[in-house]
Design a protein. Structure first.
Length: 153
């Protein structure tokens, strides 16, 4: 395909396609397998490695739709939230979050992160404006703004 800007319909239809070399199908095949051969292969495929054919195709499609280099997919919102936070937080970092976040994320941040050496400051937010800013975090602070949820309209 040429390099000009593609519309959403074109991206959803063509980007990330898998070629059906066996039967020459017109659309990407779905691989129902969760187990793949590990002997004499270049890539050891496993669903938890995010590298099965279906996962890779979906990630390419999402990345194209979002105009990014790459994308990741997760089985739940909490898997995405915890992966993102654990990837960037280090021992001693401070996390500033709105108090009105999803309950599972709140529990992870307030109950579990302190045992890993991270601290949290809760920011009171109403109508998109903060009412009370916690004391200034130390340098290297991580700040996270959640997506809109029923708890953070």
């Amino acid at each position: 395909m040429d390099k000009k800007a593609k519309g959403v319909n074109t991206i959803c239809t063509h980007i990330g396609e898998l070629e059906d070399k066996t039967f020459k199908g017109a659309i990407s095949p779905l691989y129902m397998s969760t187990s793949y051969d590990y002997e004499d292969v270049d890539i050891k495929r496993y669903p938890r490695y995010f590298n099965t054919p279906n996962q890779e195709a979906l990630c390419r499609k999402i990345a194209a739709l979002e105009h990014t280099e790459a994308a990741l997919i997760f089985g739940s919102g909490m898997a995405a939230v915890s992966t993102a936070l654990l990837a960037f937080l280090n021992k001693g970092d401070h996390l500033v979050v709105p108090r009105q976040i999803y309950g599972g994320a709140y529990n992870l941040i307030v109950e579990e992160f302190p045992s890993m050496g991270s601290s949290t400051r809760l920011l009171i937010v109403r109508n998109g404006r903060h009412l009370k800013m916690p004391s200034s975090p130390t340098p290297g602070c991580s700040i996270w703004k959640p997506l809109r949820t029923p708890y953070s309209p």
